[in-house]
Design a protein around this ligand. Sequence first.
Ligand SMILES: Cc1cc2nc3c(=O)[nH]c(=O)nc-3n(C[C@H](O)[C@H](O)[C@H](O)COP(=O)(O)O)c2cc1C
Length: 151
Amino acid sequence: MTESEFDGEAEPMRLLYYSVVPTSCSRDDLKSILASSRKYNAINSVTGVLCLDNRFFFQVLEGSRRSINHILGRVMHDPRTTDVNIVLAEPLAEPAFRAWAMAFVGADSLSRRVCERYCGDSVFRPDRMSSRSARAFALDILASLVSGKKA
Ligand SMILES: Cc1cc2nc3c(=O)[nH]c(=O)nc-3n(C[C@H](O)[C@H](O)[C@H](O)COP(=O)(O)O)c2cc1C
């Protein structure tokens, strides 16, 4: 056994969760969420994407277990969202979103095709996604970020 095997908190992981938007998320709220996310995440080598479609946030977080747990704790106490639901937590070999401290995908970029394919609904319903379809959805978003096309 090597020493690093006893530093589990440094182990890279990926977390997918969705949460509820209490009433609405104003432009200013979103701006401030993204600004503090990008600041903290860049310092702590965390990457990912945040999706927002009026009722729900869906976020992919990649980074050390220590940083991800810290962020999750802050999000759970953040009044701008409620009902945080973890969809998937897995060990990570390579961060897929390494180019983004926190990318953003809004409602107008989530096409009906994507919603039907991964949520089984014409609107964005991350609460309906299995962990498998949530991971496939995250990779679909990644492909659209890379190509600059609509997800
Ligand atoms: C849906 C959602 C996602 C968030 N994601 C992150 C994140 O990835 N990283 C982060 O540091 N803060 C994130 N936050 C913000 C934290 O909850 C918290 O408000 C912020 O880190 C406090 O930053 P400050 O110290 O600049 O005030 C998120 C908040 C919400 C509502």
